[in-house]
Design a protein around this ligand. Structure first.
Ligand code: SF4
Ligand code: SF4
Length: 650
């Protein structure tokens, strides 16, 4: 019987430790865990004064997707940051899992850590633990020699990485020392520790005990210092993800008149006027700089730095001091609300919410001047962001016979033109081409003409929430007069507002971008694909990133004609027009559009295909600046399709 028991593979816990040592170990561990929990509880001071969280959230999906599957981490910095972080994260997670399994075996009702289970456990976790060591070495090397400019760095980062590395290495050292001092026939399954044991032949029971305690003290030190290191994001990211709002990326939250009457506040001037979740999310920031790396305003030398905004508001939340003073007005106005930062942030921080809330306060305080303020006045007086009178919304129809909603009353498709599409000469070409294609395909459609009003997108993003709400209410009332199945629009900003924001004001509609609608027409054979020798496509932020539509526009161009720019799809580069920036003064050397235009020109394509009137206006000016003599054409996809199909007059 003795022989049989001796041959079952397992290992002794607390080898060479007496009851006093065991008690000391538990005191140490519980003290460090208690201190850690107290520190995290104490961090509530950053967010507990914020507005209560009123929304429901899909915490399980968020944890699985953003924490366990590391969805956001995987999609950025694919060559260095992502694989390195994944190695550290999954290595750390596997060690946590290994410790948890051991604890269940030790303190649970069933003992299972023996025999085949033990062997598989040892082999598996010995292998997985290596990921942590490799990942940390990679991180140290990267910080020492190849650190991205936007990654914050100080001595505490080396301390954190050093601790992680020491944890991994001493774990193997303890294992190797145990094997050396107390060998068993099955030890080779713990193959990394087994390798270490070859160099540890000198280990005695006493020296094993010292090594074991060194490792235990490191573990306790790591747990206790976790809340004080950037590594705190391990915990804070879980908290943030579990309460993250479900509303779409492009949706801003309304404020009501009642709220303003009660609080006397419009927007946010002090940190505690943000929600508890928004403040809590700031505490999860690991200062990785992914948001700053992709910020189009920062990348052309403006003072806007989304990482710095997050840090500034976080620090201001300690003594509830002014948000505007912490982040500066200049930085707030520089934002194009392109959402590149939101898309990039692994801990789900919503920078655009933070910025627009602060802008709302600036607008309410009368601190907006210049052409953006004129845009708001124009929108208020003419319901057109360009200030054109209502009747001028039908100017583009002059040579065409466009069906009008007020005459038809009932139709399948409401063709929503948008202020730019009805006013800007370049954008009007898109409007006409779309209408002609619809007519050619026999679509039962109609336009609102002079009844259409600005959606209020720019007003909302500049910070005039009540002007936006006025526009939304008027448009929803107009929609209510007609019967239609869906709305089609060539403007991604209108699309975003109509699809994601009008629901709050009683307007729930199926809304399509014109490229989505045209894709259906191509698929049914009603019209044929566009053709051109070499075409590059610029994804508009509010279509590709904010509303996740990257395929429909591409499906309209023949694959062999398409040349992708470096930044495409959800990672597109902003043209600089969003967030009301279209109407704000721009220094010639600080135009995001010029950077984007250069990248598009560098593809060598002779045609730049577009899907947004705002992008068209910005890129038209920028291409003229960066490549005036190269004969590059800018065409909306609808125009390209019209050229490829027989031209008919409606
Ligand atoms: S806000 Fe997000 S992306 Fe930006 S530095 Fe912090 S964690 Fe990184
Ligand atoms: S939304 Fe765009 S412009 Fe604004 S901070 Fe984020 S990345 Fe920069």
């Amino acid at each position: 019987m003795e022989m049989l028991i001796a041959e079952i593979a397992t290992r002794e816990e607390f080898l060479f430790q007496g009851p006093v040592a065991k008690a000391c170990f538990y005191v140490l561990m519980f003290a460090s865990m208690g201190y850690c929990a107290w520190c995290f509880w104490n961090r509530r001071r950053f967010w507990k004064d914020g507005k209560k969280i009123t929304w429901k959230t899909n915490w399980l999906r968020n944890i699985l997707s953003f924490i366990l599957a590391q969805k956001k981490v995987r999609s950025s910095r694919p060559k260095s940051g992502a694989p390195m972080h994944l190695l550290i994260f999954y290595g750390f997670l596997s060690l946590l899992a290994a410790t948890t399994i051991l604890a269940i075996n030790s303190y649970g009702p069933f003992k299972f850590h023996s025999g085949t289970f033990y062997k598989v456990y040892e082999m598996l976790f010995d292998s997985l633990g290596l990921m942590l060591v490799i990942g940390v070495l990679w991180a140290i090397g990267r910080r020492s020699g190849f650190r991205p400019k936007v990654l914050s760095h100080n001595w505490r980062d080396y301390w954190a990485l050093g601790l992680l590395l020491a944890l991994g290495v001493t774990g193997y050292l303890v294992e190797g020392a145990r094997i050396a001092v107390n060998p068993k026939p099955w030890d080779s399954v713990s193959w990394v520790g087994f390798g270490f044991s070859k160099a540890l032949g000198w280990v005695t029971p006493d020296s094993y005990t010292y090594i074991w305690w060194f490792h235990a003290i490191l573990v306790a030190g790591f747990i206790a210092s976790l809340p004080h290191m950037k590594l705190k994001h391990i915990v804070m990211a879980i908290a943030t993800a579990s309460k993250a709002p479900e509303w779409p990326m492009g949706q801003l939250q309304p404020i009501s008149m009642e709220e303003v009457e009660q609080t006397g506040l419009i927007g946010v001037s002090l940190p505690n006027e943000y929600s508890q979740w928004h403040l809590m999310s700031l505490d999860a920031c690991m200062e990785c700089g992914r948001c700053t790396e992709v910020c189009p305003a920062h990348n052309v030398g403006k003072s806007l730095n989304p990482k710095a905004i997050v840090q500034a508001i976080h620090h201001a939340s300690i003594d509830n001091s002014s948000v505007i003073a912490a982040v500066t007005e200049e930085a707030l106005w520089a934002c194009t609300t392109c959402n590149a930062c939101v898309e990039a942030c692994p801990v789900l921080i919503r920078h655009v919410d933070l910025i627009v809330d602060a802008r709302r306060n600036l607008v309410a305080e009368g601190k907006l001047s210049g052409s953006a303020a004129s845009m708001l006045r124009q929108t208020g007086s003419t319901s057109n962001a360009w200030g054109a009178p209502a009747a001028a919304r039908e100017d583009w129809m002059k040579e065409l016979e466009v069906p009008l909603a007020r005459e038809k009353k009932e139709f399948d498709v409401l063709f929503w033109v948008g202020c730019a599409g009805a006013t800007d000469p370049g954008a009007m070409k898109t409007t006409k081409a779309t209408a002609q294609l619809m007519a050619q395909a026999g679509i039962d459609f109609a336009c609102l003409g002079k009844e259409e009003k600005c959606t209020g997108d720019a007003a909302r993003r500049v910070g005039d929430e009540f002007l936006f709400q006025e526009m939304a209410a008027q448009n929803v009332a107009t929609f209510g007069q007609y019967k239609f199945k869906k709305i089609v629009t060539p403007c991604p900003h209108c699309l975003n507002t109509l699809a994601n924001e009008y629901g709050e004001f009683g307007g729930d509609y199926e809304v399509q971008h014109h490229t989505q609608f045209l894709q259906e027409l191509v698929e049914t054979g009603a019209i044929k694909q566009a053709s051109g020798e070499s075409v590059t496509y610029h994804d508009p932020c509010y279509l590709g990133r904010v509303n996740s539509e990257t395929e429909a526009p591409r499906s309209l161009i023949r694959k062999e004609d398409l040349i992708e720019p470096e930044h495409n799809g959800k990672k597109t580069l902003c043209c600089g027009a969003g967030g009301g920036r279209m109407w704000m003064e721009e220094a010639p050397d600080q135009r995001p559009g010029n950077r984007r235009a250069q990248e598009l020109v560098d593809t060598g394509a002779k045609t730049i295909a577009l899907g947004c009137p705002f992008c068209r206006i910005m890129l038209d000016a920028s291409v003229n600046q960066v490549a005036p003599d190269e004969g590059i054409k800018l065409l909306d996809l609808a125009e390209m399709l019209l050229q490829a199909n027989q031209k008919t007059t409606v």
